[in-house]
Design a protein around this ligand. Structure first.
Ligand code: ADP
Ligand code: MG
Length: 322
């Protein structure tokens, strides 16, 4: 019900960037190849995601706003073998409880799509709509019915920084998918589908391409690919440090330490190496369910991962004579 949804929303939606993350992940789960993100006033007025994914039937469109309506898990066992980003069936219900939401969607096989409007968990209208194949979700006036939350939001600059961070993490994890980000009238990113190296360079710009050293390793328990930055390009901040596990951005102070250890003796004081590391592990060997926003993760064998990561980066740095 509405109250349960509002409570869940408090966990899932901390700020506009949380909505951005959930909507982008849903578009990816839907198999989209092109994803556009439109933002007005740092997400306080509008967050809109348009994708060309599989879309939803009329019934599924209504159901998508019910709590625990997920099309992604069919048994408890699936929880341990997650291939999709979503699995809680909580995001859309939570968002619809605290914003004005408009959903337009059409499946390829259907001629007419559907448009649903929801305010505070209640469907206010549903009608046929001639919309493109795929899904478009607009989230307006976030926290309109929770003034305390709305007042707690930071300046547009700060909220936009969080949105850009989420956008970049998702775009770095999925280089084959084309993404764009438009804030008010300005286009901040226009990223064509490409490969990892090109995506990283398109996002970070400047001399990124020439500073990347490839890292590649494959063992029984982990596959590592991606890049580290040459030591002389190390930053004064941690802004260019990214781990992805099974295509999902994660934070890991422990693995970060392994990377830093690989750079031992190569860095000046207070310098942070750049890294973009893509780890692939058996989904059964990790637990990503420990936090609602899913950026923390528990590995079965973290000591072994630490050692493998450290030595493969050392090896790569040595090979490139840096
Ligand atoms: P979850 O992603 O955990 O399943 P959500 O609340 O994020 O839960 O979404 C609920 C359901 O709505 C999804 O399982 C999916 O079936 C459908 N859905 C949401 N967004 C999209 C989209 N962009 N394209 C197609 N289906 C979607
Ligand atoms: Mg989801």
């Amino acid at each position: 019900d509405h109250v349960a949804n509002q409570i869940a929303a408090g966990e899932v939606v901390q700020r506009p960037a949380s909505v951005v993350k959930e909507l982008l992940e849903n578009s990816i789960d839907a198999g989209a190849q092109n994803i556009q993100l439109y933002i007005k006033e740092a997400g306080k007025i509008l967050i809109k995601v348009v994708d060309d994914g599989v879309g939803m039937s009329i019934t599924d469109a209504r159901l998508s706003f019910e709590r625990h309506a997920t099309s992604k898990i069919t048994s408890a066992e699936d929880l341990f073998r997650l291939n999709t980003k979503g699995f809680r069936g909580e995001a859309l219900a939570s968002i619809a409880a605290i914003a004005h939401v408009e959903l337009k969607t059409r499946r390829e096989t259907e001629e007419v799509g559907t448009c649903i409007k929801i305010e505070g968990s209640h469907i206010t209208s549903q009608e046929p709509s001639s919309t493109a194949k795929g899904t478009s979700i607009s989230v307006k006036n976030l926290f309109y019915n929770i003034p305390a939350r709305r007042n707690f939001l930071k300046s547009d600059t700060v909220e936009m920084r969080h949105i850009i961070d989420e956008f970049q993490r998702v775009a770095l994890a999925h280089p084959k998918i084309a993404f764009s980000l438009i804030h008010n009238a300005s286009e901040l990113f226009q990223l064509p589908g490409s490969n990892y190296r090109q995506r990283i360079t398109n996002i970070l710009g400047g001399k990124t391409n020439e500073k990347l050293v490839p890292v590649n390793e494959e063992t029984e328990i982990i596959k590592i690919s991606g890049f580290v930055g040459k030591p002389e390009f190390a930053k004064r901040t941690r802004g260019e440090q990214f781990f992805f596990v099974n295509d999902r951005y994660i934070k890991s102070p422990y693995l970060n330490h392994a990377v830093t250890a690989a750079f031992e003796g190569l860095l000046k004081d207070k310098a942070y190496p750049s890294y973009f590391l893509y780890l692939t592990v058996d989904p059964g060997s990790i637990d990503i369910n420990i936090h609602p926003t899913k950026t923390e993760i528990k590995f079965d064998d973290d000591h072994a991962l630490y050692a493998i990561l450290r030595s493969s980066i050392k090896h790569s740095l040595g090979q490139f004579n840096v």
